[in-house]
Design a protein around this ligand. Structure first.
Ligand code: FES
Length: 158
């Protein structure tokens, strides 16, 4: 008997980690909502970001195949505790390798890559449109592409 799916996929599919939603209007929450044109499956992935720019909480809801559910479940575990920049660098190929996805299921892992990037974009867009007075107490931590140094920008507020 040939097993069609790797046991890690089955584990994430049968007991997905971090299923649920975060309040999407919270200012420290970013929401990614993406769809796969190939099959119509949809994935929602949300992150909560702490004052140091670290992902402190992650939730997902996926209306899709087992590989998409497993990919998003894996992604939530992978990005917790990461900076936004590091989380944005995670490639679908890493997920596909970790879960041993077959080639026809590569687009399912792509959905997870798209979803985390979309969540990061949403969070950054929200923060950028905040009036300065609301930014009190926040510190943006970014990594300089030139020097590789971490740069912290304080927003003391009005
Ligand atoms: Fe489309 Fe898996 S078959 S996301």
């Amino acid at each position: 008997l040939v097993r069609a799916y790797h046991e890690k996929v089955i584990s994430h599919y049968e007991s997905p980690r971090n299923v649920g939603s975060l309040p999407k209007n919270d200012i420290d929450v970013g929401t990614g909502l993406v769809g796969a044109p190939a099959c119509g499956d949809v994935m929602k992935l949300q992150i909560r970001v702490d004052e140091k720019g670290i992902i402190s909480d992650v939730k997902f809801k996926t209306f899709g195949c087992g590989s998409a559910i497993a990919s998003s479940s894996y992604m939530t575990e992978r990005v917790k505790g990461l900076s936004l920049d590091d989380a944005g660098k995670i490639k679908n190929t890493e997920i596909a390798k970790e879960l041993s996805l077959p080639p026809v299921k590569l687009h399912c892992s792509m959905l997870a890559e798209d979803a985390i990037r979309s969540a990061i974009r949403d969070y950054r867009k929200k923060r950028d449109t905040l009036p300065d007075s609301k930014k009190a107490g926040y510190i943006d931590v970014t990594q300089s592409v030139v020097t590789g140094e971490t740069v912290a920008t304080a927003h003391p507020g009005a």
